[in-house]
Design a binder for this molecule. Structure first.
Ligand code: OGA
Ligand code: NI
Length: 359
C-alpha cells in the first residue's frame, strides 16, 4: 500500500464549521437517506446494554461471582457491549481528564493546528476518517495518540496545553491498561481458556498496543441529515468508551434497529473488537455501532483501544476450533487489518465478514 504523506483534500474542522453559525451543513456531511439517523425511537427505549458491577467479582458469596461472570459472558456473546461500574479507575482522575480534553478542543485553532495529524500515523488532531477522495464525512473532530507499545508512545505529540495535561493523560492510560488486563483475563476464563490466553495472544507486556481517540462532536444544525461517526465495528481487541456525562449519542446495532446507549453514572462502556471476534472464533461478537449528533450540545467521548501487537498473526484459538465449529477466519496481523480499515474508512462490519475463510 502506498503511504500518503498528506490528506488528499483540504481538511474541514467540524468545530469551526459549527461555530461559524451555518444553518445548513455542507453537502459532504449529508448522508444518503438510508444512512441517516432515525430520531423516532422504536421499542428500544426500554432497552439498554447490560450493566456489570465488577465489585461483585470480589464477593464472598460464590454464587454472586459465578452469576457476574455469566452476565459478562452473555453480554460478550449476545451484545458485544456492556458497561462496567466499580471498575477501579479513579473517578477524580476521570473527571479531570474529561476537563482537560474539553479544554483542549476549546483552545484557539492555531494551537490545535500545531498538533495536526497526517495519514502516516494518524497521531494528533484530526478531522476525517478514511482517505478516499470525495468520501462522505462524519460530524466529528478527534485527537489520536498511542500509549503502547512503549516504542510508539511519544508525549511530544500530545497536547501540552492546558498545563500538566500530559501527566494526566499518561495516568489515565495506565489505569485503563490495568482495567483492560483484568477484562481480558475475565474473557479468557469465560471462553474456557487459560486466564492469560488473550494477554499472551496480544503479545504480552512488550508488544500489546493501546491508544486513545478523543472524539469531539460539535453542535450540528441539521442532526437528522448526518452522523457523528458512521456505522463501524472497532478493528482492535477491546474498547473502553468513557461517554459524555450529559449528552447521549452512541447507538448499538440490535438486528435492524439502533439502540441508544444510556450510560450509568461513573461507568465505562466496554465493547468487543474484531480481533477478539476472530480469536474467539465468533463466539464473541464485535458489534456495529455509530454516533448521532444534536443541535443543542457538543459531546466529548474518550475511546480507549486495547489491541494485539501489530505484527502478531491473529487467528481463532485452537481450543475453540472443532469439527462442528471449524475456524471461521484466516490468520492476519492486526497491522494488515488496520491498513485495510484506514483505506476504506468506517464501513460497518464488512471487513471482518469478508475475511471469513471460504467454507
Ligand atoms: C469510536 C466510537 C463512540 C462514542 O471512537 O470507535 O465508537 O461514543 N466512539 O464516541
Ligand atoms: Ni467504535
Amino acid at each position: 500500500m502506498s503511504r500518503m504523506e498528506s490528506w488528499p483534500e483540504p481538511i474541514i474542522r467540524v468545530q469551526e464549521l459549527s461555530e461559524s453559525g451555518i444553518k445548513e451543513i455542507p453537502e459532504h456531511f449529508v448522508k444518503l437517506p438510508a444512512d441517516r439517523p432515525c430520531f423516532i425511537e422504536t421499542t428500544s427505549h426500554v432497552d439498554n446494554i447490560p450493566l456489570i458491577d465488577l465489585e461483585n467479582l470480589k464477593s464472598f458469596d460464590e454464587s454472586i461471582r459465578v452469576e457476574t461472570m455469566e452476565l459478562i459472558s452473555k453480554a460478550c456473546r449476545e451484545w458485544g457491549f456492556f458497561q462496567v461500574v466499580n471498575h477501579g479507575v479513579s473517578h477524580e482522575l476521570v473527571a479531570y481528564v474529561r476537563g482537560v480534553w474539553r479544554e483542549f478542543f476549546h483552545l484557539p485553532l492555531e494551537e490545535k493546528h500545531k498538533l495536526a495529524n497526517s495519514p502516516v500515523t494518524y497521531e494528533g488532531y484530526g478531522s476525517r476518517l478514511g482517505v478516499v477522495k470525495g468520501a462522505k464525512l462524519d460530524w466529528c473532530d478527534y485527537f489520536f495518540l498511542h500509549y503502547l507499545p512503549q516504542l510508539l508512545k511519544d508525549e511530544d505529540k500530545w497536547p501540552n496545553l492546558p498545563i500538566s495535561c500530559r501527566q494526566i493523560i499518561a495516568e489515565y492510560g495506565q489505569q485503563l491498561v490495568n482495567l483492560c488486563e483484568r477484562l481480558t483475563k475475565i474473557l479468557s476464563i469465560n471462553l474456557g481458556l487459560n486466564e492469560d490466553y488473550l494477554h499472551k495472544k496480544f503479545g504480552g507486556d512488550n508488544e500489546r498496543g493501546a491508544c486513545l481517540r478523543v472524539n469531539f462532536y460539535p453542535k450540528c444544525p441539521q442532526p437528522d441529515l448526518t452522523l457523528g461517526l458512521s456505522p463501524h465495528s472497532d478493528p482492535g481487541g477491546l474498547t473502553l468508551v468513557l461517554p459524555d456525562t450529559d449528552v447521549t449519542g452512541l447507538q448499538v446495532r440490535r438486528g435492524d434497529d439502533w439502540m441508544t446507549v444510556k450510560p450509568a453514572p461513573n461507568a465505562f462502556i466496554v465493547n468487543i473488537g474484531d480481533q477478539i471476534q476472530v480469536l474467539s472464533n465468533a463466539i464473541y461478537k464485535s458489534v456495529e455501532h455509530r454516533v448521532i449528533v444534536n443541535s443543542a450540545k457538543e459531546r466529548v467521548s474518550l475511546a480507549f483501544f486495547y489491541n494485539p501487537g501489530g505484527n502478531i498473526l491473529i487467528k481463532p484459538a485452537d481450543e475453540l476450533v472443532t469439527e462442528d465449529q471449524p475456524a471461521l477466519y484466516s490468520p492476519m496481523t492486526f497491522n494488515e487489518y488496520r491498513a485495510c480499515i484506514r483505506t476504506k474508512g468506517p464501513c460497518g462490519k464488512s471487513l471482518v465478514e469478508s475475511l471469513k475463510s471460504p467454507r
